[in-house]
Design a protein around this ligand. Structure first.
Ligand code: ACM
Length: 680
């Protein structure tokens, strides 16, 4: 055989191995299954496949529809078979959503304890086959880690119609997520028809500006439905029934959220008698003292519970300003009568009372973690968003928690370098940050049992279009799908990213506007690798008048000479923050050294009050007593909307052991953030 032919054969062999390897390890299955074993052969779907389903009529119909809509070929009869069966017991499976797939070259046999398990097995088979009709032989045993795997969509800040919601249900179900939480009510618009209160949809669902940003920073007026200035929309009760059924047919439960006692400007403008002052356009919080408030909320929830079969109803509970309650006669009267010592207990009174009502209908409440303040309602589940502490407090008191901490789960934050992205609400949170989250890390087994699951939240203040919703959700929700389903021990970021890129390609082929993960810009280049310089590891003394802020300490006294540079956000634990009095430090190089540059980067992000310094002075000394100023850099600080970085430095020749670096705030006197004082 000629050398040339040999190398071609070798190439083809290696290519075939690599291809098989790629497929057999389940490298396109997301979330990653608990166990994949392959036995070397292949099963091909074709018209000779006999499909046999043993399940309830409804479960069977769901599976038949799924298979018919898929690229998998099956026929009515044949000598090969696809068997899908609901069984009481399935080897190796404990969860009702788990499944077991045994594949030989003649048959695919799927056993699961429920229709959901069979549905998820089919999603696995579809992903395994890619766009083809062939899967490897072997065994897959798989089940979820958490029972609750959710996505929240904020349809109040911008309204998205029911067809768009269905499209998102299709996607999340494909990745084995099983909850869609709809944030249906908020200041920006009420989104669900309530027969008893028609003004909610004739008026409170419509506003003067299409874009939330223009409306919120503008007149904040509502509008009559059908008037030329009306922007918004709502789901009719028929729409809701259609959505609930569509979701249920994909094993997704829709959890409605009705906000109370805050975020309710739209209700309190339509029905001002429910606020403390009875004036429209004045209040965000319901009057907690007024009996009419309970009548309204219970009537609304009654209609909501008739529409949504979900065991859980989300009642909001977050961010109440409570500003009018201390001066409202009815709220004060209620506090006296009920022996409530502060407004937190007053809020807690409302939540307890609503919980009792919801429980009386056989349902349970979920609330944002503020429902812990003033005493948690007895059967409530907490959705932990202000970090993880709320979730921990909930499980420590025997309650279930759904983990949605902002730093990992808020999908309205930047997923790539901010200057390359559409304007977003939160800081840089790339897919690897989401993927690094482990909801049960550090918890005991007992505590971990009460972690009900995880959820990605898409708040929509800065998300006015359907394209942008999808762009922000996909692929970061895949990280949460995997955290919710797969074992944390099996996590490998690079391998996950490769699967996510394949999933992005699949989503794009189906018409989803997913972010192009494969071509992401990525982390700030300075932050990618540690930097070596003369001051690295040297001691830093902070002037008593200008300490670093404890919350943004970046590791404390060594932060500015640890060689670690900051990334795209000041909350990445690498930027040290100084408030108002600026920065004033001395670095001791240990001995006198020849130096040729001293510099530091600062960040500006005006909305959260982070500014460039107005002046930096750099001085050098041999003895820490007599300093000579070697540079003074002045900068006119100008407000802008962009996240930006600026280097304040000096270059020249000098000899010094001690370096004093001072940075002063400008007239704004907000925050200064720097990551490293680099000396060369
Ligand atoms: C929230 O982000 N206000 C729950």
């Amino acid at each position: 055989m000629k050398k040339f032919q040999l190398s071609i054969i070798l190439f083809l062999f290696l290519f075939a191995c690599a291809h098989a390897q790629n497929n057999v390890q389940g490298n396109n299955i997301l979330p990653k299954p608990a166990s994949v074993e392959i036995s070397g052969g292949h099963f091909t779907f074709d018209s000779q496949i006999y499909l046999k389903i043993t399940a309830s009529k409804k479960e069977k119909a769901i599976l038949e529809e799924l298979i018919a809509a898929s690229p998998l070929e099956v026929g009515k009869k044949g000598n090969k078979q696809l068997v899908l069966k609901v069984c009481k017991n399935v080897d190796g499976i404990t969860s009702p959503e788990g499944y077991r797939i045994e594949t030989t070259d003649k048959s695919v046999t799927v056993n699961a304890k429920s229709g959901a398990g069979l549905f998820y097995a089919m999603q696995t088979i579809l992903q395994y086959a890619g766009n083809g009709n062939t899967i490897p032989t072997g065994t897959i045993i798989d089940e979820p880690k958490f029972a609750y795997r959710g996505l929240m969509l904020d349809v109040s800040r911008h309204f998205f119609d029911k067809e768009f919601i269905k499209k998102q249900i299709d996607a999340i179900a494909h990745f084995k997520m099983n909850r869609l939480h709809l944030h249906l009510t908020d200041a920006a618009g009420w989104r669900i028809e309530i027969k008893k209160y028609p003004r909610l949809t004739e008026f409170a669902a419509w506003r003067s500006k299409a874009l939330w940003k223009e409306w919120w920073f503008g007149d904040r007026l509502y509008a009559e439905e059908g008037s030329p200035e009306a922007h918004g929309g709502y789901y009719t009760q028929d729409d809701i029934r259609e959505l609930v059924k569509y979701a249920a047919d994909r094993y997704v439960t829709i959890i409605p959220e009705i906000e109370m006692p805050a975020h309710s400007e739209e209700v309190l403008t339509a029905y001002p008698e429910l606020s403390c002052t009875h004036e429209p356009y004045k209040q965000a919080d319901f009057c907690v003292g007024n009996e009419q408030t309970y009548e309204f909320l219970e009537n609304v929830l009654t209609e909501v519970m008739e529409l949504f079969p979900s065991e859980y109803i989300h009642i909001g509970g977050d961010e109440a300003g409570k500003a009018s309650w201390p001066t409202c006669p009815l709220c004060q009267k209620r506090m006296k009568e009920e022996n409530l010592k502060d407004v937190n207990e007053l809020q807690s009174y409302l939540i307890h009372r609503i919980e009792k009502f919801v429980n009386s209908k056989g349902r349970k409440i979920i609330g944002w973690d503020e429902i812990l303040d003033g005493g948690l309602a007895p059967n409530a589940t907490v959705m932990s968003w202000r970090g993880t502490e709320g979730g921990l407090a909930a499980v420590n008191s025997g309650h279930k928690a759904i983990m949605t901490p902002g730093g990992y789960c808020y999908l309205d934050s930047y997923q790539d370098a901010p200057h390359t992205q559409p304007m977003a609400f939160g800081p840089y949170m790339p897919i690897e940050k989401v993927y690094s989250y482990n909801p049960t890390e550090g918890l005991s087994n007992e505590q971990a049992k009460l972690i009900y699951g995880v959820q990605g939240n898409l708040w929509a203040e800065y998300i006015p279009t359907e394209e942008l919703v999808e762009y922000m959700i996909y692929p970061r929700i895949l990280a949460l799908a995997e955290i919710g389903w797969s074992n944390p021990e099996k996590r490998d970021l690079n391998e996950f990213k490769q699967r996510s890129i394949k999933a992005v390609n699949g989503l794009r082929a189906k018409g989803y506007n997913a972010f192009d993960l494969e071509n992401e810009f990525g982390q700030r280049k300075e932050a990618k690798n540690p930097i070596e310089h003369l001051a690295k590891g040297k001691s830093v003394t902070y002037a008593a008048s200008a300490p670093f802020n404890d919350k943004y300490n970046a590791g404390g006294k060594t932060a500015l000479t640890d060689g670690i540079r900051g990334g795209w956000t000041y909350i990445d634990g690498r930027w040290q923050g100084f408030i108002r009095d600026g920065l004033d430090i001395v670095i001791d190089l240990g001995e006198e050294k020849e130096i040729s540059s001293i510099s530091a980067d600062f960040m500006q992000m005006c909305i959260p009050d982070v500014w460039f310094p107005a002046e930096v002075t750099i001085s050098a000394s041999a003895d820490n007593k007599n300093y000579s100023e070697i540079a003074r850099i002045e900068h006119t600080v100008v407000r802008d909307e962009e996240l930006s970085f600026k280097n304040y430095g000096w270059e020249g020749t000098a000899k010094a052991r001690f370096i004093r670096y001072r940075a002063k705030c400008g007239p704004q006197r907000g925050w200064l953030f720097t990551d490293e004082i680099v000396v060369k």
